[in-house]
Each structure stands twice: as C-alpha cells, then as structure tokens.
Design a protein. Structure first.
Length: 200
C-alpha cells in the first residue's frame, strides 16, 4: 500500500527515473513534492498502471503537487558517462528545478549520487511504497513516452510509438534492417556483435 510520506517532519521529494534499460532515447527522471492533503490512492507505481491511467494520474500530480520537475539526459550523454551516472544526473536536473527546494530526497532503488548536501534515502521498490516516489515514477514515464512519440515522427521505422526504445524483438529487427541512428545508445549492445550497422 502506498503511503504519503517517508518522514512527515521534513519537506521531502520523491525521485525516480524511466528509460534506463532502453536501447534508444534519453533517460528521464522526475522529482515531486506532495502536499499533506494529497490522496495516495491517486498514484501507484507507474509500471502497474495502464498508459491511460498514467496520463490521468499525471494531470492530478501536476495540479496538486507543491512542486514537480522533470530532467533528462540524452543518448549521447549516456554514452559518455554510462547509464547509471546518467540516471543520477537526470535526477539532479529534476531536483535543482524544484521550488521550494526539499529537505530530504526519497530515491527509488539502492544507489544514488548525493545532490549537493541534501540528505537522501534510497528505498528499493519505493515507487510502490511512497506517494511522492510513485508520482515521480509516473511523471518520468509519461514525460519520456511523450518524448519517444516525438522521436517516432522523425524515425518511424523503429516503432518507438509502441516500444518506446526498449529492446523488443520489433525494435531489434528494425535496427538490423535499417541500422542505428543518433538517438540510439551506441554504448549498449543494440544487436549481437558483427551485426550492427550505422546509417545515420
């Protein structure tokens, strides 16, 4: 069951990322501060919601949150600094936009690179436990989905409107047929060795 706060005495922000395991596109992260009147049942782990439910929840979060922000790191940046560091940078970019700034960060997962001197707690499965982390999960996921829909208009043959850049058979078949493009993460194994082509 999702609860509202990790520690009520602090102004806390939940943080989560989306797109870490994708072959293409950026990694997104969101940070959300929720008010005391927020109803936890409005949100849940974004992976447990349908696409329609996620976008409905996003509207509520954006209207009700004390503050929210989204950060992203491009595929090119991911190739430079690796996906783990890119996830941390995306979260930092989200947190630095928050006004007011939180007193505590609740981060989904087991690792995080500290942001300035702000205290943080890592919680495995936090997106299914705390409302602010669930909300961040939803904003990161829906923001990234919107972004991949836009990239699909530029490169429709990869099926990004459906697979969102994840390593589906459809996506890998398109990479084998058309090669990779500038939105692919070249540091990832897009196809088995010896079968990769760069066309763009």
């Amino acid at each position: 069951m999702v609860t509202l706060y990790f520690q009520e005495q602090f102004l806390e922000a939940g943080c989560d990322e989306a797109g870490r395991g994708c072959l293409a596109g950026p990694v997104f992260a969101a940070a959300v501060i929720l008010p005391v009147h927020f109803k936890p049942e409005w949100v849940n782990d974004s992976k447990l919601l349908s696409e329609k439910q996620r976008f409905e929840a996003r509207m509520i979060i954006e209207q009700e949150a004390v503050a929210w922000a989204v950060g992203m790191v491009s595929a090119a940046e991911i190739d430079e600094i690796n996906i783990l560091n890119a996830s941390f940078v995306a979260m930092h970019r989200a947190v630095e936009q928050l006004q007011p700034q939180p007193e505590l960060l609740i981060v989904d997962g087991n690792r995080f690179k500290p942001y300035k001197k702000l205290p943080h707690r890592c919680v495995i499965g936090g997106d299914a436990l705390y409302a602010s982390v669930s909300a961040a999960s939803i904003l990161a996921k829906t923001g990234r989905d919107d972004y991949m829909h836009q990239l699909h208009l530029e490169f429709p043959h990869y099926g990004w409107q459906h697979n969102k850049g994840y390593p589906t058979p459809e996506h890998r078949k398109a990479i084998a047929q058309y090669g990779s493009c500038r939105h692919h993460r070249q540091s990832f194994r897009l196809l088995p060795p010896g079968k990769q082509i760069n066309l763009f």
